[in-house]
Every structure is written in structure tokens, then in C-alpha cells.
Write a protein that binds this ligand. Structure first.
Ligand code: ZN
Length: 263
């Protein structure tokens, strides 16, 4: 699994030098441009690494104590970390990774304050509905119907979903949430890839996640937040078959450590 990730990072580094080359020489032929697409790697539970525009962005870095993780916290070196909410299975290793790498942590105001008090100096506070441009693209935090207490009982503010507008498409990571009809508004932004929870009990289950696909109308969808513990066991392939038969969306079931491209 680590070897696969090393290959992905090597491709990404090549892409970085390709960007410099392109800046000098102008547009690349289509064949070369194809190798410059955003790469999305599922790291287990709700954790994803997104390699885009020469940057590594990790969402909800939960490795230590995550039965689904195929990497350790020391194996990732993001430039940016985005947090959806304050629960332990999402905050995870954020402090150790941010302190080791200097990665900027993007999260709700309450979470960035909490991290700042714990020795994470490089943070960017946002809140629901706000957008901000970063080196890799634009982040917009959406509503999510969940809770967000931090591990020590502190208030983590509002839980959020994450909308990423990148060079080659738009990703919506719904994070932990129940179904809500305003997903239709998020879908109006034109979603190339949705990441939806299907685990049930703490979040949407398979039935509501299928209804979410119908509201959002993404081109492709990745299920997450399932099979980490027995309480959220689900048959993702069976869900994918339902998505295929009832919608025009293409489901992509990733095992932890597996990747896909955005375009
Ligand atoms: Zn969770």
C-alpha cells in the first residue's frame, strides 16, 4: 500500500515539474495534460488525501486508532489539512501532523482556536457558507447535520461539509451528516465527485445516501464512513449497484489506500 502511495506522490511530483514546464512553454498537448488531473486517495473511514495543483490536501486525518487506516500519521505530509468537525474520528492526528509538517489547517473558527491553543500556529478559520481561495483551489464550507464536540468536551462550532473547486472539477465531501434537502442547492454548483457517508447509525445510511445522490446529481460518487467498526458495517458494492440502476451517477467503491482521478 505504501508503495502505491509512493508511486502516486512521484507522479504528483512529476506533475509539479510539468506545471513549471507548462508555465515556460504554454499549453501542453492533451496527452500530457491528462496526467495532471487531481488524484483522490481514500485513506479509510472519512479520511482522504487529494493531490491537486502540486499540493497535498488531507481531509480529516484519522490514522491512530483507525482500524481502516492503511497508513500511519507519519506517512502523510500534507500542505493543507481540512477539518469537517471536532469528533475524535475526524480530528484524529491533526495536531501531530500539523506540528510536524507546518500544514495549514482549515476548519471552523472554534476548531482553529482550539488547535491554536494546542500548539498549531498555522490555521485558517472559516464558517458555514463561506468560501476562500487557497493555492490549490477554493474551499467552501457547507452545512452538515451532525454535532461537533471536540475530544475534551470543548465546543467545536458547527459541523461542516466541504466543497472544493479545483482546476479540473468540483468535489463535495459531505462529511458526517444526515440527509438534507439543501443538498439540492449544493448540487446546483455542478458536482463532479461527491463523497457521501453510507455507514448509518451516526450518519446517513445507504437508503438516504441514495436519495442524496438523486438530490446532488454528481457525475460520480464515492461512499465512505462505513466498515470501520461493526456498528457501521455496510455492503458498499450492493449500494453501488443501486446507484447504477436508479441514477446516471457512476459509483466508485474504493478500498482504503486506493485512488481515483477527478477527471
Ligand atoms: Zn465520523
Amino acid at each position: 500500500m505504501r508503495r502505491a502511495r509512493e508511486t502516486a506522490v512521484r507522479e504528483w511530483r512529476n506533475q509539479d515539474s510539468a506545471d513549471t514546464f507548462r508555465a515556460r512553454l504554454g499549453p501542453f498537448p492533451a496527452l500530457i495534460r491528462r496526467s495532471m488531473t487531481t488524484r483522490i486517495t481514500f485513506l479509510g473511514h472519512g479520511t482522504f488525501e487529494i493531490l491537486t495543483a502540486g499540493k497535498s490536501v488531507v481531509i480529516d486525518p484519522f490514522f491512530t486508532g483507525n482500524p481502516a487506516a492503511t497508513l500511519a500519521a507519519e506517512d502523510v505530509s500534507p500542505d493543507y489539512i481540512i477539518m469537517s468537525h471536532g469528533h475524535g474520528d475526524h480530528i484524529g492526528d491533526v495536531i501531530a501532523i500539523a506540528q510536524r509538517t507546518g500544514a495549514q489547517v482549515i476548519a471552523s473558527h472554534e476548531i482553529t482556536e482550539w488547535l491554536g491553543a494546542r500548539g498549531v500556529p498555522n490555521t485558517h478559520a472559516m464558517n458555514t457558507g463561506g468560501s476562500h481561495g487557497f493555492e490549490f483551489g477554493t474551499v467552501k464550507l457547507t452545512i452538515a447535520h451532525h454535532s461537533s464536540m471536540l475530544p475534551d468536551g470543548s465546543n467545536g462550532g458547527s459541523p461542516c461539509g466541504i466543497l472544493l473547486r479545483l482546476d479540473d472539477g468540483t468535489i463535495y465531501h459531505a462529511a458526517d451528516t444526515g440527509l438534507f434537502y439543501d443538498m439540492k442547492l449544493i448540487g446546483e454548483e455542478g458536482i463532479d465527485l461527491a463523497i457521501l457517508p453510507i455507514g448509518d447509525n451516526f450518519t446517513m445510511g445507504p437508503d438516504d445516501a441514495l436519495r442524496a445522490v438523486k438530490l446532488i446529481r454528481p457525475k460520480r460518487v464515492i461512499p465512505n464512513h462505513y466498515n470501520t467498526w461493526p456498528l457501521i458495517d455496510q455492503d458498499a458494492n450492493a449500494w453501488a449497484e443501486r446507484v447504477k440502476s436508479e441514477t446516471t451517477c457512476e459509483p466508485i467503491v474504493l478500498e482504503p489506500g486506493q485512488s481515483t482521478s477527478l477527471s
